[in-house]
Structures are given as structure tokens and as C-alpha cells.
Design a protein around this ligand. Structure first.
Ligand SMILES: CC(C)(COP(=O)(O)OP(=O)(O)OC[C@H]1O[C@@H](n2cnc3c(N)ncnc32)[C@H](O)[C@@H]1OP(=O)(O)O)[C@@H](O)C(=O)NCCC(=O)NCCS
Length: 380
């Protein structure tokens, strides 16, 4: 291939616009996030995950009648085939994200519309996966503990049902509300790494299940969805609020990072963080464990000078403590992010299908040229 002219490299695709979207607006400098024009603060404070799913995938907040029909369908789709639960059992020792990725892949074998890439079928499949995925995550946690999975409820809302299947008891209204808000905050976030990866898969005219599997695999890393788990591990290592400042200074002086800070797009505070910060504080007081919030607040104080460099707290910083205080096992934190993000991945696949173009960037070659081939017998 002949390359002419100056190559413009954008490592990590930083600052590159991939396409246009009507669904998610992020102003990184202001710390502003909109889903289809609605401010994330309004949605987190006044809406429900079910309404937000409808908004993202059907482009409008539902009226009562639409919401009732939508909700009934979501509830009806919660069950997972026994064969998929058998697979979960076989791989139960793996990380929950690996199990979720494997189970979603297996669900493709049972979905009646796997190969139908029409927009309507893709949305139906995305909603089905949104309904089924909590059943997988909760069933896996129980299976690995030697317990029987709890069948999905036909009455609880999406968030409440997940906690009910995970804990084996009905969640308190407060717990169900926190989970609902958390799902809303994680539902969609533009061309983030996992949505981009899902779009790449969709751009080859593969199918939704494949794209969601790609998304789950990409979300798992600590630079993306894995950060909440890392934040809580960090908090446990620090152990008491008094030790937070010294620990952070040592880490930063050694060139390390404090997890839960920094974002490729936000150069102000991540607008999603405040909703979990408030809840981390209240929940910590309610559960008699206020030290975690205090420890995180102390870390945030030490990180203040980094704000000049655009490094602020991100959504994962307080998320970990909220899940921990609710009694969710640490290795499930990132799975919870995935449960919230399935509508967002679906939306990205839909948008990709609507105006598809194969995503295929270039690499600037910097290796040797025209190297003479040495046959095996003659190599030193
Ligand atoms: C999210 C993240 C990968 C975005 O990174 P990015 O936009 O690619 O920025 P870079 O990794 O190039 O970092 C830019 C600079 O900020 C610093 N920085 C970024 N995040 C930091 C953090 N959490 N703690 C300390 N320093 C940080 C880097 O060390 C780098 O400094 P340098 O220019 O002196 O080398 C990064 O901020 C990070 O690793 N954060 C911790 C993990 C995390 O919380 N992820 C969840 C994201 S929602």
C-alpha cells in the first residue's frame, strides 16, 4: 500500500469523532451528560431504569400505557434456558464477567431472532438480554456458593428483581432505589470503549449477541468498568480514613494511579458521581460503616491538586462503596455496570445498523521493509 502525505495519528482514537448520534451528549469540560436531550440529573432523580430504557431504545419517555406494556414484556423475558444455567454451572469458578460473557454467547443459541438484524428485532433482542442478564449474574453467584438460583420475580421492578435473585430476599425500597439509579447512571455513555467495540462488531454486519459479548469483554478491564472493584480493593488495602492521604501520596509519587479518578472525556467532575457519593454517605451511616465514605472523601481531598490537570472523580469512585455496603460481592461490581449498559450497547448497535459503514482504521507502519527471506535450514 502506498501512503502519501502526512499521516495524522490519533493514538487511542483520542479526540476522534466516529459518527453522529442523537442519543447521548457529553460535555467533558462542563461535566454534562444528556440522554436524548434529558439531563442525567433529572433522569437519576425522577425517572426509573425502565423509563430510561424506553427513552434510549424507543426514543421517547413512555406514557403510562406504553410503560405498562414495556414493563410487562421485560418481566416476561427474565427467565434463562436451563441449558444456559448448566453452562453457568460448568464455568462457575471463572470471574463473573467471564461467566456473563459466556452465558450471553450461549443465549444466542436459544434466541428466536439471533440472526435477524432488523432494527425492530435488534431492539427486542437487546431488551431480552437486558432482562435475562441479571438472572445470569444472580444465578451464577448462588451456584458458586452452592445455593439454588432464585427464579425471577414477576412483580418486582428490574433493579429490585436483580437484588431479590442475588440476595435471596426482597431488597429494601432504599436498596432497590439505589440499584435503579445506578442502572440509570450506567445505561449509556457515547463512544466509550465497550460501545465502540460493540459498534465495530456490528459494523461487520455480525449480530447483537456477538456485539454484546464484545462489549462485555471490553468493559471488564480496570481502565473501563473494572475500576469500581479496584476502588473498593484499594479502600480495603488502605483500611482506615486516617491512612488515606499517606497511601495516596506514596502511590502517586511512585507513578501509580488512584482508581476512580480521571476520564478520557470528562475534564470536570463526572456528573454521575454525585448521585452515588450522596448514597455512599447515607448508606454507610445506615449500615454503621461510615468509615468507607470518610476514607474515599479523604482520597478525594488528596487528589484535589490533580483537578488542575483535568483529573476528577469518576462514576466508579463511589459506586464500589455503594455496592459493598449493600452486600454485593466485589467481583460482581463490574457485572452490575454491564447490566446497566446493555441498553446502551444495543442502542449503539442499532445506530450502527441504521447507517452502517465498516469500521476499519489504519496503522502507520514503522517496521523494516522488504526483508530478504532466509529458509529455515539456513537460519543461524
Ligand atoms: C480512565 C483513564 C484510563 C483515562 O485515561 P486517559 O484519558 O487515557 O489519560 P492517560 O492515561 O493518558 O493519563 C493522562 C495523565 O493523567 C494521569 N492520570 C490519569 N488518571 C489518573 C489517576 N486515576 N490517578 C493519577 N493520575 C492519573 C496519568 O498518569 C497521565 O499523567 P502523565 O501525563 O504525567 O503521564 C485514566 O484516567 C485511568 O487510568 N483512571 C483510573 C482508572 C479508572 O478510574 N477508570 C474508570 C474510568 S470511568
Amino acid at each position: 500500500m502506498v501512503t502519501t502525505g502526512k499521516i495524522e495519528l490519533h493514538r487511542g482514537l483520542s479526540g476522534v469523532y466516529l459518527d453522529r448520534t442523537e442519543s447521548c451528549f457529553i460535555d467533558g469540560a462542563e461535566g454534562k451528560l444528556l440522554y436524548r436531550g434529558y439531563n442525567i440529573h433529572d433522569l437519576a432523580e425522577k425517572s426509573t431504569f425502565e423509563e430510561v430504557m424506553h427513552l434510549l431504545l424507543y426514543k421517547k419517555l413512555p406514557n403510562r400505557k406504553e410503560l405498562a406494556a414495556f414493563d410487562a414484556q421485560l418481566k416476561a423475558d427474565r427467565a434463562v434456558p436451563a441449558e444456559v444455567l448448566d453452562i453457568v454451572d460448568k464455568v462457575k469458578k471463572a470471574h463473573p464477567m467471564d461467566v456473563l460473557r459466556t452465558a450471553v454467547s450461549a443465549l444466542a443459541a436459544f434466541d428466536p431472532e439471533t440472526t435477524d438484524n432488523s432494527i425492530e428485532a435488534t431492539i427486542r433482542k437487546g431488551l431480552r438480554l437486558t432482562s435475562q442478564a441479571p438472572t445470569i449474574v444472580a444465578a451464577h453467584d448462588r451456584i458458586r456458593k452452592g445455593l439454588k438460583p432464585i427464579p425471577p420475580s414477576r412483580t418486582l421492578n428490574h433493579a429490585g428483581n436483580f437484588l431479590h435473585m442475588l440476595f435471596g430476599r426482597n431488597p429494601t425500597p432504599e436498596e432497590a432505589h439505589i440499584m435503579d439509579v445506578d442502572f440509570i447512571l450506567h445505561a449509556e455513555h457515547g463512544a466509550n470503549a465497550s460501545a465502540f467495540a460493540a459498534r465495530v462488531t456490528a459494523s461487520t454486519v455480525s449480530d447483537l449477541h456477538s456485539a454484546i459479548v464484545t462489549g462485555i469483554g471490553t468493559l471488564k478491564g480496570p481502565a473501563h468498568g473494572g475500576a469500581a472493584e479496584e476502588v473498593m480493593k484499594m479502600a480495603e488495602e488502605i483500611s482506615t480514613p486516617e491512612k488515606a492521604a499517606e497511601w495516596a501520596r506514596k502511590r502517586l509519587d511512585g507513578g501509580g494511579r488512584v482508581m476512580g479518578f480521571g476520564h478520557r472525556v470528562y475534564k470536570a467532575e463526572d456528573p454521575r458521581a454525585q448521585h452515588l457519593r450522596d448514597r455512599s454517605k447515607v448508606l454507610g451511616e445506615q449500615k454503621g460503616e461510615p468509615q468507607w465514605f470518610q476514607l474515599l472523601a479523604n482520597l478525594q481531598e488528596v487528589m484535589k491538586p490533580y483537578q488542575r490537570r483535568g483529573i476528577f472523580v469518576n462514576v466508579d469512585f463511589y459506586a464500589g462503596s455503594v455496592y459493598y455496603l449493600m452486600g454485593v460481592p466485589e467481583d460482581i461490581f463490574v457485572s452490575i455496570f454491564a447490566l446497566g449498559r446493555i441498553p446502551g450497547w444495543t442502542l449503539n448497535v442499532v445506530e450502527q445498523f441504521e447507517r452502517n459503514m465498516l469500521i476499519r482504521p489504519l496503522m502507520e507502519y514503522t517496521g523494516p521493509m522488504d526483508v530478504p527471506y532466509v529458509p529455515l535450514a539456513q537460519r543461524p
